[in-house]
Ligand binder design. Structure first.
Ligand code: ZN
Ligand code: FE
Ligand code: FE
Ligand code: ZN
Length: 270
C-alpha cells in the first residue's frame, strides 16, 4: 500500500507550555511536522482572557510577547519551512471587545474560535464531567451550539475549532442531530468562516473526529472551507491521524482545504 502524502495539509492547531497544560518547545512541533511530511504548521495557543475569567488553561495576559518570541524562534530555526502564527481564542459573551483588541494588537495569520464554557462550566474539563447530569442533554447541546453560532456571528474568528466538542465524553441526544448543526453552519457560510476537522476527538473518550459525518455533510453542502487539525498539546500529536481525517473529508466530497496568511484565506487541492 502506498503511503498517503500529507504535503497538501497544514496543521494549524498547536499549543505551547504557556497554556499550562501542553509540553514541548514550538521548534519540536515544527520538527515533527516536517518529519510527518506536512506542508505547513501554525501555532494557536490558548489566548489570555480578561482578569475575571478562568486563568488556569491559558497564558497570562503579559505572556503574549513571549508567545510571539518562541514561535519566531522556531521559525528562524527552520527558515525554509512555513510556520504560521495564530491564536485559539475562547468565545464567551462579554469578552468580545477584549478578543477584538488582542487580535488587532498582533500580526496573526489566523484566529481560531473555540467554545469551551457554557456559562461558568468548562464542559470539556474531565474534572467537571459530573455536571452533564445537571441539565438535560438536549439543553446542553442547544446551549453549546447557540454559543458556537454566536461566536461565528461576531466575525472575530477565521476558523471555528472542534465543532462538536460537546460530545467529548460521549454525551449526545438520541436521534437526528442535524437540527443542532444547520443554524450555525448557515452562519458559517454567511460569514465566510472555516471549520476544523479535528483529530483530537480520536484521542478522547468519544473516540471520534470532531465534527461528526452528518455535520460535515451539511458543511459541504454549504460550501464551508475546512482545515484539518490535531490540536496538539505535545510534539508527538502533530499531524496525528491526518490520514483518517483526509479519508473522511474526501468521502464527504471535499477536494481542497484552506490555508491562512495574515487572515486571508486561500485553498489547496488535497
Ligand atoms: Zn488546550
Ligand atoms: Fe479548544
Ligand atoms: Fe487547542
Ligand atoms: Zn483546542
Amino acid at each position: 500500500m502506498s503511503e498517503i502524502s500529507l504535503l497538501s495539509l497544514a496543521d494549524y492547531h498547536m499549543h505551547t507550555p504557556l497554556c499550562k497544560h501542553a509540553s514541548g518547545a514550538p521548534w519540536e512541533y515544527v520538527e515533527k511536522a516536517i518529519e510527518r511530511g506536512l506542508g505547513e504548521i501554525g501555532f494557536s495557543d490558548h489566548c489570555p482572557m480578561p482578569p475575571w475569567y478562568d486563568p488556569d488553561f491559558r497564558m497570562n495576559s503579559n505572556q503574549m510577547p513571549i508567545y510571539q518570541r518562541i514561535v519566531d524562534d522556531a521559525r528562524q530555526r527552520f527558515s525554509d519551512y512555513k510556520v504560521k502564527f495564530g491564536i485559539e481564542a475562547d468565545f464567551h459573551p462579554g469578552t468580545e471587545l477584549y478578543i477584538e483588541t488582542l487580535t488587532k494588537d498582533y500580526d496573526f495569520d489566523y484566529v481560531i474560535g473555540s467554545v469551551h464554557y457554557i456559562n461558568d462550566w468548562g464542559f470539556d474539563n474531565p474534572d467537571l464531567v459530573h455536571r452533564y447530569d445537571e441539565m438535560s442533554i438536549e439543553d446542553i447541546w442547544e446551549r453549546y451550539f447557540f454559543l458556537w453560532e454566536q461566536a461565528i456571528c461576531t466575525g472575530l474568528f477565521d476558523i471555528m475549532a472542534h465543532p462538536d466538542l460537546v460530545k467529548k465524553f460521549g454525551h449526545r441526544p438520541k436521534g437526528d442531530l442535524t437540527q443542532y448543526y444547520k443554524g450555525p453552519l448557515y452562519q458559517c457560510m454567511k460569514m465566510g468562516v472555516a471549520i476544523e476537522v479535528s483529530t483530537a476527538g480520536l484521542r478522547k473518550p468519544v473516540g471520534e473526529i470532531y465534527p461528526s459525518e452528518d455535520f460535515l455533510k451539511i458543511a459541504f453542502e454549504h460550501n464551508i472551507p475546512i482545515v484539518i487539525s490535531s490540536d496538539a498539546h505535545k510534539p508527538a500529536e502533530v499531524g496525528m491521524d491526518f490520514e483518517k481525517a483526509l479519508e473522511l473529508v474526501k468521502k464527504i466530497g471535499y477536494r481542497r482545504t484552506a490555508r491562512f496568511t495574515q487572515r486571508k484565506i486561500e485553498f489547496i487541492d488535497i
